[in-house]
Design a protein around this ligand. Structure first.
Ligand SMILES: [Zn+2]
Length: 354
């Protein structure tokens, strides 16, 4: 697998079904396709980030390339040379590209080569060559919703005239960001979020943490995405969350000190504008999580909060008191506004008290 200049996607390393969580309906769909002998030339896997779409694509590729299993089944032996090469990322007939590290577009060179080698290199070209070891070639294009403008026409050409014995698997976070011309030439496979327990299990499996409580906590914040959950375990992200929680739990609050400390923690997470924006959203989301939890306890829906700082605040507030419920409710509303427009509300903590 030739992942040209691509970032390391550690959560996507599973290449056999036993290590993949969830997505049974999608698996059954492909089982049906193979059993009927109706494998197409192009598939588009879309769904939330970090739920295992890329891992699914690799498992699928392993099944399509394993010489020991029947073409009509969605299985790979896991033991032959081909399966081992796929696990090691070195199978000559499995091509894989995606966003290069630190970039937010997939350059056209990755698809069709660059300069003098334009048209004689890149994913689309490699897919057109004869298979070397298997009886077909499989290309995985991750981050297919982040192509350079000309990249779409290059890709379209391959999709319109797919090479014989080739399968192209596009992986994307958002269906809306894929051009209609591309989408209409692929069979669309939608993915959804993973259950929280699966996310926590995976965090432990990939070594992101060996602490079950930490894994559960991170998974609870991640909307079914392993990538997001892993981010929640980042020490700087934890500092941001804990600093915010600590201040939100203070009664009365110290808005100046809170702003100062939260902004410092926020800035330590990344100084480029993209990171700042994304991390500002996290400030808002953590506050939402906090107040939502407080509100549930005060309203009697939960006995206690799983956030220790929120539990401590609850013990100081009067449960069921309409004025307190109102006040917490309006704080939650402000946090929801801030989530929609994080950069305008970076001083969110201050806004809460204003
Ligand atoms: Zn095999």
């Amino acid at each position: 697998m030739d992942r040209t200049g691509a970032r390391d996607v550690s959560i996507g390393q599973a290449t056999n079904w036993s290590r993949l969580r969830g997505h049974n309906a999608q698996r059954e769909h492909f089982e049906g396709i193979l059993a009927a002998g109706r494998l197409g030339h192009a598939y588009l896997l879309v769904g939330p980030e970090g739920v295992g779409k890329l891992a699914f694509a690799r498992c699928l590729a392993a099944c399509l390339l394993c010489p020991r299993t029947d073409d009509s089944t969605l299985e790979a032996c896991g033991e032959c040379q081909s399966c081992k090469q796929i696990a090691a990322g070195s199978h000559p007939d499995l091509l894989e590209v995606g966003l290069p590290e630190g970039k937010n577009v997939v350059p056209i060179s990755v698809l069709v080569g660059d300069g003098e080698s334009r048209g004689r290199a890149g994913l689309c070209y490699d897919l057109s060559l004869s298979p070397m070891e298997s009886d077909r070639r499989v290309a995985i294009l991750d981050d297919a919703d982040h192509l350079e403008r000309d990249g779409y026409s290059a890709l379209l050409k391959t999709l319109e005239e797919p090479p014989a014995r080739s399968v192209m698997i596009l992986v994307a976070g958002s269906e809306a960001d894929i051009r209609d011309t591309i989408r209409s030439r692929c069979q669309l496979i939608r993915f959804s979020s993973l259950p929280t327990t699966d996310v926590a299990d995976l965090l432990i499996e990939i070594g992101a943490t060996d602490n079950r409580t930490e894994a559960d906590e991170a998974a609870g914040l991640a909307d079914g995405s392993v990538a997001t959950a892993a981010l929640m375990l980042d020490p700087n992200m934890r500092t941001l969350r804990e600093t915010l929680y600590r201040h939100l739990a203070r009664s009365p609050m110290d808005p100046l000190k809170m702003t100062e400390e939260v902004v410092a923690a926020w800035e330590s997470l990344g100084s480029d504008s993209h990171s700042k924006r994304v991390n500002a959203t996290w400030v808002a989301r953590f506050a939402i999580e906090f107040y939502r939890s407080v509100l549930r306890v005060l309203a009697g829906a939960d006995e206690t909060s799983t956030i220790p700082e929120a539990a401590s605040l609850c013990s100081q507030l009067a449960a069921g008191d309409p004025a307190t419920l109102d006040r917490i409710g309006s704080m939650l509303d402000r946090c929801l506004d801030a989530e929609r427009d994080p950069m305008a509300n970076v001083m969110l903590p201050l806004a809460l008290e204003a």
